[in-house]
Design a protein around this ligand. Sequence first.
Ligand code: NAD
Ligand code: KPL
Length: 305
Amino acid sequence: MSSTWHILGAGSLGSLWACRLARAGKAVRLILRDERRLKAYQQAGGLTLLEQDLSNRYAIPAETAAAHGPIHRLLVACKAYDAAPAVAHLAPRLAEGAEIVLLQNGLGSQDEVADQVPHARCIFASSTEGAFREDDWRVRFAGHGFNWLGDPVNPSTPEWFDDLHEAGIPAEWTVDILTRLWRKLALNCAINPLTVLHDCHNGGLLGHLPEVDAVCAELGALLCHCGQPQAAENLDEEVQRVILATAANYSSMYQDVRAGRRTEVHYLLGHACRVATRHGVALPQLEQLHQRLVDNLQARGLPSA
Ligand code: NAD
Ligand code: KPL
C-alpha cells in the first residue's frame, strides 16, 4: 500500500499539515481544485509556511482530482460544506481500504463523506491548531494546539500514525473522538453565533453572560440526550474560561462573516438543532439563536445553511 499523503485543499490547515509532513521527508501530493489553480501553484514554486519570523518554501508536488493513480491515504482539509462533493469527485481513485482523515470542524460532514465512499475508512480529527492564509500559497502557523484523531467504528490505530509525531504534528489517537468533536461543537455554538449577533470580540460576551449560560444549559441537555454526557460536563465553566482566555480575539465565525465568507453554521449550530429535532428534544433558546443567526447571515447575503 502506497504511503503517500494526498492532501485535498491547500488552504490554511491543509498547507500546515502538508509542509510539516514534507519537511519530515514524507511523500506528499497536493490535490488542487482545477487546472487554473494548479498552474498558479506551479508558478509560485511551492507552499510557504511562516512560523514566527521564519519562512520556508516547500516544493510539494501537486495535481488535480482528474489525475490518475490510486489514492491510499487522503487528508481532507477543505471546509465542511466542501468535503463531501470534493471526496465524491475523488471516489473513483480511492483504493479499497483507503484511509481518509477528515479535518473538518463541527459534525455532519464526516457522515456525508462516509456515505460517498463506503469502501474507505473515515478517520475523524479535531484540531485546536491555528493557521491562516496570508496570501495564495503562503500560510502562517498562528496558534499551537493539538490534534485528536479517531475512528468511531474501529478503535485500531492506523499504521501511519507515527508519521505525525515524526513530522512534529502534535496528535493523539482516541476512541472518544465523537466526544471531542461534540465538546468543540458545543463551545463553538455557545460563543461564535453570539459574537456575530452582538458584533463583538469573544470578551464582549462577558456583557451577555445570562444569554451564554442559557445556551450552555440547552447544549448540555442535548449532549446528554444524544449519548454524550461527558461532553456536557462543566460546559458553562469551560465556555467562560475560553471567553476569558480569548477575550481579545474574534471568533472564527465572526471573522468569516466580516470577510464575507460562507460560514460552517450548517455543521455547528445547524447540526445541533437537527439532532435535537431528531431526538424530539425541545431547545427553544438554541432554536431561537439559530434563527437569529440565519436571519443575520441572509441579511448580509451569505449562505445560511
Ligand atoms: P481554508 O478555506 O483555508 O482552506 C480550504 C481549502 O480547500 C481552500 O484552499 C479551498 O480552495 C480548498 N478546496 C475546497 N474544495 C476543494 C476541492 N474540491 N478540491 C481541492 N481543494 C478544495 O480552510 P481551513 O481554515 O484550512 O479550514 C479547513 C477545516 O479545518 C474547516 O472545517 C475548519 O473549520 C477547520 N479548522 C481550521 C482551523 C484553522 O486554524 N484554519 C483550525 C481548526 C479547524
Ligand atoms: O474555536 C473558536 C472559534 O473561534 O472558532 C473559539 C472562539 C475558541 C471557541 O468557539
